[in-house]
Design a protein around this ligand. Sequence first.
Ligand code: GLC
Length: 409
Amino acid sequence: MSKNLKGKYLEIAISNQRTAKIKDKRPNLQPVSQTETFKYTVPSSSLYPHQWLWDSCFHAIIYTRLGDHEFAKQELLSLLAGQWENGMIPHMIYWGESEKQRQNWGTEKNTSSITQPPMIAYAVETVYEETEDKDFIKKVYRDLDRYYKWLHKDRSTDSALLSIIHPWESGKDDFVPWDKVMKLHKPSKKEHEDYKLFLLDQYVKMNLNTKKFLEKDLFNVKSLLFNCIYLRNLKSMKKLGEIINKDTTYYSNTIKRVEESAKEHLYNPKLGIYTSIYNENTSIDDVDNPAVFLPLFAGLNTQEEAKELVEKVLLDTDTFWTSYPIPTISVDNDNFEPNRYWRGSSWININWFVYQGLKDYKLNKVAKKLKQKSVNMVEKSGFHEYYNSINGKGRGPSDFCWSGLIFDM
Ligand code: GLC
């Protein structure tokens, strides 16, 4: 990695940092002192001028690794300031920023009404690993606990797995596997967008009643990526709880139940991999998207399975192992477009998840190669939102903060 890459990154990150005073606009009704200020980082000044859930978790991880522990903590505390009374952490907090892009979320609050992959416990664990600051865990644990219990209460139906109700909740907005769920065939960008707005409108019309919305099977997806992230984060919750001497029985039991449910419902023995399911029991039975590698991050695969998955699937140059991997849909899929948003382009956060999983399984050689390919992409094109998976050219804004995850690889 070239020396000035960190300097370049810090310049971008600092210019994307924001300070909000609670009096500007209070995102939720939590008791906070009037004078309190919150700091967070917008994913990109031009395109994403608000706070997003999993982005902030990634930012906190990056700041931790770059040594700015204070900002890492601030980033997570400001996320928690947006938490709803029921425990939900919204995927977007508007703070006092421009509300131009604001949708109708069906709430008076200054936030969205849906969530995103629940990475916050993992981010807190990362901060702790580096700082050993138990007081920070004590400060946030109750709110984290409320969030993970809300996820279970609001989103699990017949098993311990969670359903998401909107592509935006998946974090992978235009992901090809969702086409099946939405009954769209090779949708244009506009068709995809219209359908997403339709879904939100339906949810709002149902007064944000999740159970009612899920029963309609409009978008009822047990996303593999979301559930793997949930499982990994439940493990973080258990660990954090143990560090501050909490009773963690709930987390031990839930981890066990989620693991069992994933094996029962998400594992596809014919294909020998895990996949997402929708409408409770229909498998998205394809090996063609990189979520299939997320069970590594969750610790769901056996060592044998992991080795096979990596050798046969990840390293296949006709599908995933392009010059600038990992494409968000495999090269041999009909829908593959190397430039398109979540439909064949490569994203650093996906690479980071796979990298962490590879390290956990001690598949260090492949992890090292993936890191090198990810760094090459950033060195060639800068800190973009995503990249063309064939030629590595940057796509989307060029001040995109989570691409700094290469510093945690
Ligand atoms: C896009 C991405 C989502 C991200 C957001 C802000 O909507 O799909 O994952 O959180 O931008 O960066």
